[in-house]
Design a protein. Structure first.
Length: 497
């Protein structure tokens, strides 16, 4: 098979984890990214990439550099034409691979480097101590840097009604998916806690054997589901070990280029991994407008389109990595993609154990998938990336074998936008009877339940939002099933049993 010289190919990958306790020795986020980029170049088997058409950075919460891509280029002395910076979103590492592959296929670029990183653990510790590393502020050199090119568009995901009741945090919303899924499956509270703790235990087993995982430790289901001083309940029904672990210092990088450039650089064929195809889409961007908490049609349609492009059902991939910020995300993804929860659904160990460096987890997943596909050249890898509240989705297929028709891409967004939207009521309109649809209970650091966040369905089928600070009601909601229970709302949006 003669390869089209414009075929995109991944040729380098690297992952970095910084576990230093001495803050004076801790590298900055951009230094961690630079270390990952340098290691990815080395992984490609070359000493230099020559001119890099674009260096794109996943937005980092722990750096103050205005153009982190330029800071990385300066750190390594790289010749970079365009520096890019993404908005927020865990879907974006896969989206960057998809859109960069399209740009290479069209002949717009030949070489792109993707990276991202966080030093969240070191930043937190520095704020709690008298040690203030210089990188806590922007470097003097960055003042003269150009404004980075905006890569991808920001998606507004919070409806004004949600914001009015301060329901916006992932730790409030993903547990709502969980309680809705539990009720739909007609499991008892204890049965469902056992199911998700067993799922997460299997993820921790993968992390234990992953040399790049942040926590290389296997946890039993009982350890994961049992609240304790070191594993407190955060947002019921999730203990700390069921939450994404953002308290990490991690970075990753990928080198993507055309077959023509890879050949010119003399990169060994054994290092090549081909993006086969990709799809990108999002649910109705406001949760308020989604029909139910138990279905993610955009994941289903995005997965179906990827199957159409590749001819391979998701269940037939050798290596699958589903986005895993919380157990509900994995359940929604598996359900929509036709996968069993008993399959191995992570290659890294997931965000709780392998590490959740905010927007950049999926770059670690892609790097891990690259490594596995290289080791077994006849295999295929599948990655699902998620951003927001199970909102933004990006899918990618990988193989050491080049795609017969070159890299292909599509989006089912028109179909998704045409799906039925549930209307949302304002707090003033929602006074009176309702039925509880989904809920979470936020706990304090002392382990006691404090605040209820709930979605309810009104008699006219509109959705409304409610909260409560009643500790007795919050406790009761953690002890038995409340989904489907008749409730009332007052004119402040307070939930009344």
């Amino acid at each position: 098979m003669t390869l089209d010289p414009r075929t995109p190919v991944l040729v380098g990958q690297a992952q970095i984890a910084q576990h230093v306790d001495d803050l004076s020795q801790a590298l900055s986020p951009t230094q961690l990214m630079a270390q990952a980029v340098s290691a990815a170049i080395h992984d490609a088997g070359v000493s230099t990439l020559g001119t890099i058409d674009a260096l794109h950075v996943l937005r980092s919460l722990s750096t103050r550099e205005p153009n982190p891509a330029r800071s990385v280029a300066r750190e390594l002395g790289l010749n970079v034409r365009v520096t890019g910076l993404t908005p927020h979103g865990g879907n974006l590492p896969q989206s960057l691979v998809n859109f960069s592959s399209l740009a290479i296929s069209r002949g717009e670029i030949d070489m792109v480097v993707l990276t991202g990183g966080e030093a969240s653990r070191s930043r937190r510790r520095a704020k709690q101590s008298e040690v203030q590393p210089k990188w806590m502020n922007a470097s003097p050199e960055s003042a003269a840097d150009e404004v980075p090119t905006a890569v991808a568009a920001e998606l507004v995901m919070n409806h004004e009604v949600e914001l009015a009741l301060k329901i916006a945090l992932p730790i409030q919303i993903y547990p709502m998916f969980e309680t809705a899924l539990r009720a739909a499956a007609q499991r008892s509270v204890s049965e469902h806690q056992q199911l998700i703790s067993e799922l997460w235990s299997r993820f921790s087993n993968v992390a234990e054997s992953n040399p790049h995982a942040w926590l290389r430790h296997s946890y039993t289901p009982e350890q994961i589901r049992t609240a304790s001083p070191t594993n407190r309940m955060v947002g019921y029904p999730y203990t700390k070990l069921m939450n994404s672990n953002n308290d990490v210092d991690m970075s990753a990088a990928l080198v993507l280029c055309s077959v023509e450039r890879a050949t010119a650089l003399g990169i060994a064929r054994d290092n090549w991994v081909f993006p086969q195809a990709g799809t990108d889409c999002h649910e109705h961007n406001f949760i308020s407008h989604r029909w139910t908490f138990t279905d993610t049609p955009a994941i289903r349609l995005g997965g179906e389109q990827l199957q159409q492009l590749t001819g391979k059902p998701t269940s037939e991939y050798d290596f699958i990595d589903l986005y895993s910020c919380f157990p509900s995300a994995v359940q929604l993804g598996a359900q929509s993609l036709g996968l069993s929860l008993n399959q191995q659904l992570t290659q890294t160990g997931g965000l709780s154990f392998a590490g959740g460096p905010f927007n950049n987890y999926v770059m670690h997943a892609i790097a891990t998938t690259m490594h596995k596909v290289r080791e077994q050249p006849q295999t295929h890898g599948f990655v699902w990336a998620n951003g927001g509240y199970a909102t933004k989705h990006s899918f990618g297929a990988y193989s050491a074998t080049p795609p017969q028709k070159g890299f292909t891409h599509s989006s089912p967004q028109d179909q998704i936008d045409a799906l039925l939207k549930r209307q949302v009521a304002t707090t003033a309109e929602a006074v009176g009877p309702a039925k509880l649809e989904a809920y979470s209970v936020i706990h304090g650091r002392d382990g006691n339940p404090e605040t209820i966040c709930a979605s309810v369905i009104l008699p006219d089928s509109r959705r409304a939002w409610a909260t409560s600070n009643d500790p007795q009601l919050a406790t009761e909601m953690c002890e038995r099933e409340w989904v489907g229970v008749p409730v009332r709302l007052d004119n402040s949006g307070t939930l009344l049993a």
